[in-house]
Design a protein around this ligand. Sequence first.
Ligand code: GCB
Length: 577
Amino acid sequence: MLPIQNVAGRRSRSLAGRWHVIVDPYRSGAQFLGFPNARGFHRDLSPRDDARIEYDFARSPTLAVPGDWNSQEPRLLLYEGTLWYQRSFDAHPAAGRRWFLHFGAANYEARVFVNGHEVGSHVGGFTPFDLEVTAALRDGRNSLVVCVDATRRRDGVPALDTDWWNYGGLTRDVRLVEVPESFLCDYRIGLEGIEVTVDGPAPAKTVRITVGGHEITLATDTRGGARAPLPFAPERWSPGRPRLYDVTLACNGEVVHDRIGFRSIETRGCEILLNGEPVFLRGISIHEEAPLRGGRAHGEDDARLLLGWAQELGCNFVRLSHYPHDEPMARVADELGLLVWEEIPVYWEIDWESPVALECATGQLRELILRDRNRASVVFWSLANETLPKPARLEFLRSLAGTARALDPTRLLTTALLTLPSSEGRMRIEDPLGGIVDVLAVNEYFGWYYGEPEGVVWESAFDKPLVMSELGADALAGFRGGSDERYTEEFQARFYERQIAMLETIPFLRGLSPWILQDFRSPRRNLPGIQDHYNRKGLLSERGQRKLAFDVLRAFYARLAGAQRGGGGSAPPAAPG
Ligand code: GCB
């Protein structure tokens, strides 16, 4: 079955709230799984049921769901093991209806039990999954137990090493979804047309769709599929005018509501064309870290705050790094008019030879694309971040590119390349991965990790547009001093001025997404008094305090936006191209 499209736009109930938890570093709760009459945590028993039971969810502490566990309790800040969640919920199963549990994300692996029965499991910490629970439900009170394991794995995606916090748990909303026995499971609506999929025992159904005041009725075939051209010529969605159309889809008594924009995105030589017009991407990279309160961000309010800051900076583009963010991010971007880069956590060193890793990466890519392919804002699928050229890596990423193109031929593929300067200060983009993607992207750190930006000559082996997907320097908010003193706001501001001067010399540059909007937690960042487990390359502190560099980039973006409005085309004003 396909994942259920747009769960929030149909009849569903959030199970958000305080869930009981047991921290289980030795995985003792799962010890007897699979044994007849096992009394493991999945059974949700207590000493009241059997005096030999050594756990009791009802008397165990609680944590908020959605929410990572690390930021909710000091003793869990660095915890990366197994934790069991429990709550009960009411249901009234009826003939002709089906129920699913929808998880926005569970990091990293989740096993789910309803009334003691395992209803499914999922691997991959940032994408949604739906588990059917119809057969396991009881009328009245039901027990729900979820075991989440955040242990990092060599063959995981990401693998063992990242520059972000491994926030574990049920980090996004959990919903109980009720649908008819045969129901509209997936749909895709764009300029290319409309495609629907019905799932269930009687998949030949009628789907009535209204979009932009036009109505169209589709009859699905015996496999549940139907397609048709778009019944009207919509006004195009763009950052300047993010026009969205109300859409309803009615099938077998269920009505699904959505809002969808229409736009085209393509490349021609070094140009990125949005609705046929060259566009320059004024972007910023964003980690999914909750503004102000810390921990994993989730939900619409966090999305509005983060994307609102990007808009204050003058962005028309955001890079959602380094993994799929919560679904509301792309929905809010649709509404605000921000172009979006979405990414899967194929980050640094992956076990390229491992079929487990490839399956996991493919699964996450598929779940992301199926979730967001109705979002006009999303223009790039990014396959990986900073991976060292090796034959096995190229085959791994070529396979992912094939998956992405098969699922969605309407968007552009990119990947953040690791390109290092030659000893003569040349930056030549020639990684063979560049031949596979549509848009080149490079993370560069001149003036911070190596070299200086002055005098660097950029060259490319490909006739493709380049987005500078990262550049950045650490600064502690409020730490002031000279522009040559590392970690001061002045250093970071000057760093941005020097970077901008270099970027303006690159003829094939069509956008940038500097690193990064906001300081974020990372166990790799250990400089006392400065980093204290934070990567400080944010233009804002983790509390939202602006650093001087914010205004430097904002002024550059205002200049670019002015040049574009004034007919300056897609390139930065001073670029030779
Ligand atoms: C990078 C990575 C990013 C890091 C950043 C840094 O190249 O892509 O995840 O956080 O550098 O700050 O070093």
